[in-house]
Design a protein around this ligand. Structure first.
Ligand SMILES: [Zn+2]
Length: 317
């Protein structure tokens, strides 16, 4: 099966998916929900993604003035980096954010410093530019089970720690789907296998918590969702096999990290290699239909981020 990436596509239930063009195509998605002329945007991508959002709105006969809510699932910058610029353009919108994330979007100085610590200053500026603060008056903090009603369409917010403590997922009653952010792992549709989609957990720094993540996945599945809207990347029909694969990856990453506990030099590089080997081995077992080098290229960044996050977890563990 050949998968072709589209800049934006209209899905069912008034949902559109567009490519945030985060570094490259097909890495991070943004979702636009339209209900009787009112718009909600879930995930913002980075500042560089904002023109793509404008384009997608225009293509659908919509405008920034129709945007009522802007909702990053958590404040990692591939999800929330563009929130400040987008809020400036969407004058009537409120930002809905996890209570632990809200202070960092109102004053992004710590978020910037923390992200620079992961990526380095040069890469940070190239990827994210400058993070614009958001007026506190325009921020709504969504605690667990908070809900909004968008012209009859109910969205329910679920606190889902594990990938990050400032992470919620959003259940959309109309599509019976969940916008999963990073809680339900990453699965790139460009990678195909004889056994279907390949999925694995993301353990990005600095708050990875394997037990909390496993519990959050169970919570999502307890709603019997019909569709998962992944940020990385696109829609997926959840199944027992998918959940097993995802949970296995959490346990595998945890045990890779624990085995690296006593390594003093270059621990991240060691973990990164083991994570990559695990992923390539899984792909091999599942009958991957792309070459190993193609897959390595697609998952390289995730293997590094996972290793960095596992290293932080080990230090805390
Ligand atoms: Zn994240």
């Amino acid at each position: 099966m050949k998968f072709s990436l589209k800049k934006s596509q209209t899905l069912s239930h008034g949902i559109s998916q567009l490519d945030a063009e985060y570094g490259q195509a097909g890495v991070a998605a943004i979702y636009i929900l339209e209900e009787a002329g009112d718009v909600t945007i879930i995930e913002t991508g980075t500042n560089h993604s904002v023109p793509y959002i404008e384009q997608a709105l225009i293509e659908r006969g919509l405008s920034f003035d129709q945007v009522r809510y802007i909702i990053p699932t958590h404040v990692h910058l591939d999800h929330a980096g563009g929130a400040g610029d987008l809020m400036k353009l969407c004058r009537k919108a409120s930002l809905i954010c996890h209570p632990f994330g809200a202070p960092h979007l109102i004053d992004p100085s710590k978020l910037e410093a923390g992200t620079i610590a992961v990526y380095g200053e040069d890469k940070f500026r190239k990827l994210y530019g400058t993070i614009r603060p958001i007026d506190a008056d325009r921020v709504i903090e969504a605690a667990d089970n908070f809900s909004i009603n968008l012209n009859g369409r109910v969205l329910i917010f679920m606190d889902t720690p594990g990938h990050a403590r400032h992470h919620f997922c959003i259940y959309d009653a109309r599509s019976e789907g969940i916008f999963t952010g990073d809680t339900f792992g990453v699965s790139y549709p460009q990678i195909t296998t004889k056994q279907g989609r390949f999925i694995f957990a993301t353990t990005t720094p600095v708050q990875f918590d394997p037990d909390a993540l496993l519990a959050s996945i169970d919570r999502l599945m307890s709603l019997n969702p019909k569709t998962m809207y992944l940020t990385h990347y696109g829609t997926m029909t959840p199944s027992d096999a998918i959940v097993r694969q995802l949970k296995n990856s959490i346990n595998a990453f945890k045990s890779i990290a624990l085995k690296a506990q006593d390594i003093k030099d270059d621990r991240i590089a060691f973990i990164q290699k083991k994570v990559m080997n695990y992923l390539l081995n899984q792909l091999n077992q599942m009958g991957c239909e792309q070459s190993q080098s193609t897959c390595e290229k697609i998952i390289k960044m995730d293997a590094l981020l996972n290793a960095q996050g596992l290293d932080v977890w080990l230090n805390r563990h």
